[in-house]
Design a protein around this ligand. Structure first.
Ligand code: VGL
Ligand code: ZN
Length: 208
């Protein structure tokens, strides 16, 4: 069983926002089921960091900005391939706020991402050009936080990209399955699991 270490472990809670929960603009099936799990896990950690998908209206990842395209289609952007999404997590809207059941008061940092109109950001560490940093790596290093437990939405997008970048940056990364739900577009969940195995992202069912 994995023991949480108060000094160097952090629970990284990815995008537990209304738009990713049932009834939201980009609802993940059963997405709100992560909330009680994450609240329970959070009590075991001394350090809690949240991310918040935070797009300006008219963000370039929105299918509505590409008249010839439809949501969930892939297109080529100047920085690389990009999936197009329904409009979601628009800054200041109810859909962009955290799920009301999420106990977030003890969060020490909230990283907002995807706030530049012309580029998306799945990862908590880098935008989708894979090079523009959010600042999270520096924050974690300065605070001596070396091991990340990841939970949230969606497993195969923002949790996945965050975990992969964490490994690339030399952090330990452990995804806690019970606290995640996936979108699963065209095999994206299985592809994520395969990449985790290659990159040394650990995967555990739960933290009892
Ligand atoms: C996410 C698609 C678009 C996520 C965010 O949080 O996984 N997915 N924006
Ligand atoms: Zn988004």
């Amino acid at each position: 069983m994995m023991q949480v270490r108060a000094e160097e472990d952090v629970l990284l809670v990815i995008d537990v926002q209304n738009d990713f929960c049932p009834g939201g603009a980009l609802a993940v099936a059963d997405g709100d089921a992560v909330v009680p799990v994450i609240n329970r896990l959070a009590r075991q950690f001394a350090h809690l960091v949240l991310t918040q998908d935070w797009h300006p209206a008219g963000h370039s990842s929105f299918a509505s900005q590409h008249p010839a395209a439809a949501p969930f289609q892939n297109i080529a952007m100047p920085y690389g391939p990009q999936t197009l999404w329904p409009d979601h997590c628009v800054q200041g809207t109810p859909g962009a706020t955290f799920h009301p059941g999420l106990v977030a008061d003890r969060a020490e940092l909230i990283i907002r991402k995807g706030f530049r109109r012309e580029i998306d950001s799945y990862s908590a560490f880098f935008e989708n050009d894979l090079t523009t940093p959010t600042g999270l790596a520096g924050y974690l290093r300065e605070r001596g936080l070396e091991r990340l437990f990841l939970v949230g939405l969606a497993t195969d997008f923002c949790v996945h990209y965050s975990a992969m970048d964490a490994r690339r940056l030399g952090f330990e990364a452990i995804v806690v399955d019970a606290g995640c739900r996936a979108i699963d577009l065209a095999g994206s969940l299985a592809a994520a699991h395969a990449q985790w195995a290659e990159a040394g992202v650990q995967r555990i069912a739960d933290l009892a």
